[in-house]
Design a binder for this molecule. Structure first.
Ligand SMILES: Cc1cc2nc3c(=O)[nH]c(=O)nc-3n(C[C@H](O)[C@H](O)[C@H](O)COP(=O)(O)OP(=O)(O)OC[C@H]3O[C@@H](n4cnc5c(N)ncnc54)[C@H](O)[C@@H]3O)c2cc1C
Length: 414
């Protein structure tokens, strides 16, 4: 690997790695981006075929570049997002080494800087930025034993044709689970959707997309999740032109909603009795945002069209009134389970005293407890927006200025 030494090694060539590279270049700091696969690999191979961005193109982007192949109010396709980041890499002339995996990063015996061992040799650096993603290792809860049924994680879902013939149980009703369940229903499958606690913002309200509302209401900039809502997922979708996720409407179209998936015995899934509560709390979240938006319009004297119909919550469908608590897979004709149950992070390549007892990174706005180590792109790194395309840009700017500050004496004396 060339060169032998750089100021900063960035591990990961997704949007976080590229944002970091852009800001380091602006600061005149030499660096390398080391990516084990290709630029934006997770957008290429850990997303389903029909996926579009959850936010409109005017919002889910870096300030330096607009989407060239998508209208600002449209939702870029997966391939468009990949092209976007390839273009970013070209425009900033990012020093990316693709196909090189970082195996180990450990402090040099001198105590200053790091030795980074890769699949293509060793490089040393004064600083290491872990930009390996907010969603790294898929998590499937150990409920249904292997071999019982075709079961995959949402990151391995591509399209309805890939599944076994028959019905599908989708577990998890965040953005991934609700979008996949909707696609399967549209394809003619029988679908069961296991719904946990969730937020359910309107796609748009009074003529403005919800990402705009989150911005003006200060919610993107929130530093920590509201108390008690740390594990609450968000159900939002840009698919089919962008529609509000409405579980009642899913049920009206034939989907069976379930509470949380709890256990499995003798071919039968046991289901918690929390469906009505989860849906009601999602509705309350939805209505709460509309009320805050109305108050904002009023306080700022804005002229935005009224949209009273957004406040109508339909009647509870039968699957909420008479919830299924016991789901016999064979009896129901279910031959597939898709676990849209999230991810965990792994940093086993990073040997540094920067993790708590559960392996969670210890940092302040991405600056780790140990000098020279940085994290970027993690959920809530500095704010709610940190793991999103536009948010990582802001965090990378901060880390680059921190690295520039830490590098100043060395550069001045050089
Ligand atoms: C289904 C889904 C849809 C999403 N939709 C949106 C959206 O519409 N808008 C939005 O703003 N956000 C969205 N996100 C959130 C977020 O933007 C993505 O997760 C994005 O991929 C995060 O970018 P990243 O660069 O932080 O991490 P990643 O894209 O995960 O990139 C990390 C890179 O690090 C590499 N890597 C890991 N370990 C090593 C190693 N040891 N050595 C070398 N390389 C390594 C990986 O190969 C990978 O390419 C979505 C997330 C998911 C899961």
């Amino acid at each position: 690997m060339t060169p032998d030494h750089v100021n900063t090694v960035i591990v990961g060539g997704g949007q976080a790695g590229l944002a970091m590279s852009a800001h380091l270049s602006e600061q005149g700091i030499d660096h390398l981006v080391i990516e084990r696969d290709r630029i934006a690999e997770r957008w290429r191979t850990a997303r389903w075929d029909s996926l579009v961005a959850n936010g409109p193109a005017w919002h889910d982007r870096f300030p330096m570049l607009e989407f060239e192949d998508c209208d600002g109010d449209g939702f870029p396709t997966r391939d468009s997002v990949v092209r976007y980041f390839e273009t970013v890499a070209e425009r900033i002339d990012a020093p990316v080494r693709c196909g090189v995996e970082v195996k180990r990063a450990a402090r040099l015996p001198s105590g200053r800087g790091f030795r980074i061992e890769t699949s293509d040799g060793v490089v040393t650096a004064d600083h290491v930025v872990a930009a390996t993603g907010p969603f790294q290792t898929p998590v499937i809860p150990p409920v249904v034993p292997d071999g019982v049924i075709n079961q995959i994680h949402s990151c391995h879902y591509r399209n309805p044709e890939q599944l076994e013939e028959g019905g599908v149980l989708v577990v998890g009703a965040g953005s991934s689970g609700s979008q996949i369940a909707d696609e399967l229903l549209r394809s003619g499958r029988d679908v069961w959707l296991s719904v946990g606690p969730h937020d359910r913002p309107p796609r748009s309200y009074r003529g403005k997309d919800f990402v705009w509302w989150l911005g003006v209401l200060g919610k993107w900039q929130m530093k920590t999740p509201p108390a008690g809502r740390e594990h609450v997922t968000i159900a939002v979708s840009g698919a089919y032109g962008g529609k509000t996720v409405d579980f009642r409407r899913f049920a009206d179209r034939g989907m069976t909603l379930l509470g949380m998936t709890q256990g499995f015995e003798d071919g039968v899934i046991s289901v918690a009795g929390d469906l009505a509560q989860n849906v009601a709390e999602g509705d309350a979240n939805h209505l709460g945002l509309l009320a805050e938006a109305d108050a904002y319009v009023e306080a700022n004297g804005l002229d935005l069209p009224l949209e009273e119909e957004a406040k109508i919550i339909g009647p509870d469908p039968d699957c909420i009134v008479n919830p299924v608590r016991r789901l016999d897979l064979a009896e129901a004709g279910i031959t597939n389970i898709i676990w849209a149950t999230g991810y965990r992070q792994t940093f086993d390549w990073l040997e540094a005293d920067v993790f708590d007892g559960d392996g969670k990174p210890l940092h302040d706005r991405g600056v780790a407890a140990e000098q020279g180590v940085y994290f970027l792109g993690l959920p809530w790194l500095s704010m709610r927006g940190s793991s999103f395309i536009w948010g990582v840009w802001e965090d990378a700017r901060y880390l680059a200025s921190h690295i520039a500050g830490a590098s100043a004496p060395a550069r001045d004396s050089a």
